[in-house]
Design a binder for this molecule. Structure first.
Ligand code: FDA
Length: 298
């Protein structure tokens, strides 16, 4: 990110919410479940599936965790009733992991049951490294009962290829991404090329092990490497999918769909859109610059 981009990104929290919203709205479906469903419908018409995320990571009480669970239950029912091609992505901290592991596990179990009744799937997003092991452990306990559940691995973590090998033992469904949190160098690669190389290495481990992989990246080099790998391994289009965030590189999305590859778009919605939008904006200097220009024009 350029110095200017970095400066703008760090100033974003001080900017008016309305202004952030005007630039950030491309990354979020809206505040309501209906807005998310409409967005999924549009994506389906463009040949993409979706995975829907209810925004709201920082919960403090088990009542809030219950409310998140209930929102996901409504979402799963609505996706089914409208005949849409979309699953859901959950965050364990939004389902009470910090308050009670038992309660959180109960919510995930319940969502898996609801999803199974509707032939649907639950993806557990991976959060920061303080809960990597707890997340994989919870997944491991539930996978014996529920096949329609899968974790996310982050290529920046040094442990990840070992985790991939374990998941490949039972051909798990895994999303692979670079990782979005700021982690200590002792446990995570910082160098961009090292992260890219580890992404490819882990992807190979997963695909050779027979895992269904959600290849979640907008990095053109990684898209190239992934395409080369699926060709070398002679995989069929139903053995993997690409995944991208709503609002990011729609041109690449279309190229992959037109090339006959499965595509799934991550669709976040909810009242907590502001924190999510700030995270997205901080990652992209180009967009941060648009915010700066809009601010200067006011
Ligand atoms: P890179 O960061 O190099 O991006 C390549 C290009 O894409 C950039 O140059 C930029 O133009 C564009 N771009 C990328 N991200 C952008 C953004 N947010 N806004 C605007 N433009 C952007 N992480 C995590 O820790 N846990 C998780 O569970 C998930 N889940 C997840 C699901 C899906 C579907 C995706 C695509 C990503 C995630 N991530 C995630 C985030 C992931 O770890 C990573 O931070 C981002 O995808 C950015 O990395 P890229 O591989 O896209 O490369």
């Amino acid at each position: 990110m350029s110095l200017f981009g970095k400066a703008v990104a760090s100033a974003l929290p001080a900017m008016p919410r309305r202004l952030v919203h005007s630039v950030a709205k491309r990354y979020i479906a809206g505040e309501t479940v209906e807005s998310a469903l409409d967005c999924v419908e549009r994506l389906n018409e463009q040949g993409a599936a979706a995975t829907v995320d209810v925004l709201g990571e920082n919960i403090e009480t088990l009542d809030q965790a219950q409310a998140t669970h209930d929102e996901y239950a409504t979402l799963l029912a609505s996706l089914d009733e409208r005949g849409l091609d979309g699953n859901v992505s959950i965050k364990l901290t939004a389902l009470g992991l910090h308050q009670s592991v038992e309660a959180c596990e109960g919510h995930v179990r319940s969502l898996c049951t609801i999803a199974a009744e509707r032939d649907n799937f639950i993806r557990i997003d991976m959060e920061d490294s303080s809960i990597t092991q707890a997340t994989l452990d919870l997944y491991d306990r539930l996978r014996a009962e529920h096949e329609n559940l899968g974790p996310v691995l982050q290529a920046y973590l040094r442990r990840t290829n070992a985790d991939a090998r374990k998941l490949a033992e039972h051909q798990a469904s895994v999303r692979l991404c670079k990782g979005i949190y700021i982690e200590p160098r002792a446990i995570a690669w910082r160098d961009r090329t090292a992260v890219q190389k580890n992404f490819v290495r882990v992807l190979r481990t997963l695909l050779e092990g027979g895992c269904y992989v959600g290849i979640a990246t907008h990095d053109e080099l990684l898209v190239y490497e992934a395409l080369a790998l699926v060709e070398d391994l002679e995989l069929a289009p139903e053995d993997y999918e690409f995944q991208m965030l709503l609002g990011v590189d729609e041109e690449m999305r279309k190229i992959l769909i037109d090339g006959g590859h499965r595509m799934r778009v991550y669709v976040p919605y909810g009242a907590s859109w502001y924190d999510y939008s700030l995270r997205r904006l901080k990652e992209n200097p180009e967009i941060a610059t648009h915010v700066a220009k809009a601010t200067l024009k006011r």
